[in-house]
Design a binder for this molecule. Structure first.
Ligand code: ZN
Length: 372
């Protein structure tokens, strides 16, 4: 019997070119309305006990070709534990070798975070004491954009994730952050909720998440290039969140992402904005440097180039929020590969580690929330 490959489900993405014996040639589909692609997620059926060679043949034209060297695909049969698969890359293609034990093996770019899991998370958190849930808008495909609010303090903290929907690690981080903040036994959480009000958007891009996109929403728009001028037609998700931020102001913000190429966790700040001040910059640096002391899964050596004075890209949320509200604002990037300073050969960077890093970020924030 030939094996099968399917991706017709929440966050699925693959195109089957051919299946021949125990080999398949595959391509990743572009985001609808754009040229971006890198996220894949599919199920291999009816192949128990056979060694298969799965080739993704269009990696060269993907959004981040540097994401493939050293990268390993994630596989799961229970849809809970996602291990790294035997993966090889040459300049033309990514070859994943698997031997499924059962007749359904799931393969993905990173442990997926489905829209169903998102709705489960929002429902579970909304039921906790002190948590308010609301819809900020509806997306172009008609999905609700959820915001959770908790805490009673005067500082306004905004945490938001998955502007880029293929960066599923960002919502695993959110799950960890929400679990900690709603843990009544957690002393740090109690301290944070007394000092601040937390506004949390666990998924900024429900349409792209469901559609199996890497980087854009249903209209093919990269939401993290819209913050200077969001519109209802192109980027209603950003417009709604920015309007809600206008209503509260923002003291501290974290935008949670994944980075395809760099094998490390790192932060990017808001250098280069017109109103940049040394005082705000020092608060960002303090958060970054103390996080590196706190967590073996964070470092400060690897990261993005820092913008020169006046040269910040103001269409991105982190810079726009720092300028618009005077926020201490930052982008957290987590790897698709691994955090090479503290590697895990079996799982690589993983959902559990995303959640642990979220806990460390909140402990770190608690230590400086009074100074924001
Ligand atoms: Zn991103």
């Amino acid at each position: 019997m030939t094996f099968s490959i399917s991706s017709a489900f929440d966050s699925g993405n693959i195109r089957v070119l051919s299946i021949d014996g125990v080999e398949a040639d595959l391509e990743i589909e572009t985001d609808h309305g754009s040229d971006f692609y890198q996220w894949f997620h599919f199920r291999v059926g009816n192949a128990a006990g056979r060694e298969l060679t799965l080739r993704i043949t269009n990696t060269a034209g993907s959004a981040y070709p540097f994401g493939w060297p050293g990268y390993r695909a994630r596989i799961s049969e229970d849809r809970i534990h996602w291990r790294q698969a035997d993966t090889n890359y040459n300049d033309k293609q990514l070859t994943i070798t698997v031997r499924p034990e059962t007749n359904s093996l799931w393969v993905a770019y990173f442990a997926p975070y489905s829209m169903e899991r998102h709705f489960d998370l929002v429902a579970r958190m909304a039921a906790k004491p002190g948590v308010t849930q609301r819809e900020l808008t509806k997306t172009l495909d008609g999905r609700p954009l959820d915001c959770l609010t908790l805490g009673t303090g005067p500082k306004q903290v905004w945490l938001y994730a998955r502007q880029h929907p293929g960066e599923s690690m960002a919502e695993w981080w959110m799950e960890g952050a929400l679990e900690k903040l709603t843990d009544s036994e957690d002393e740090t959480a109690r301290q944070l909720l007394a000092a601040a009000t937390f506004n949390i958007v666990p998924n900024m891009n429900p349409d792209g998440s469901f559609r199996g996109h890497l980087r854009t929403n249903a209209a093919g728009v990269n939401l993290n290039r819209e913050w200077h001028a969001p519109t209802a037609d192109r980027s209603p998700e950003v417009l709604a969140v920015r309007n809600a931020m206008d209503a509260t102001g923002v003291d501290f913000a974290m935008d949670v992402h994944g980075d395809e190429a760099i094998p490390a966790n790192f932060l990017a700040g808001f250098e280069g904005i017109p109103s940049y001040s040394e005082a705000k910059g020092a608060l960002f640096a303090r958060f970054r440097d103390t996080l590196a002391e706190r967590s073996p899964d964070f470092q400060v050596q690897k990261g993005y180039e820092i913008a020169a004075p006046g040269k910040a890209n103001m269409s991105m949320s982190t810079t726009q929020l720092a300028e618009r509200y005077g926020a201490v604002s930052m982008t957290l990037e987590m790897p698709f590969k691994d955090h090479d300073d503290n590697p895990d050969p079996e799982f690589g960077w993983s959902p559990d580690r995303c959640k642990r890093l979220a806990h460390d970020c909140l402990d770190n924030l608690a230590a400086m929330i009074g100074d924001l």
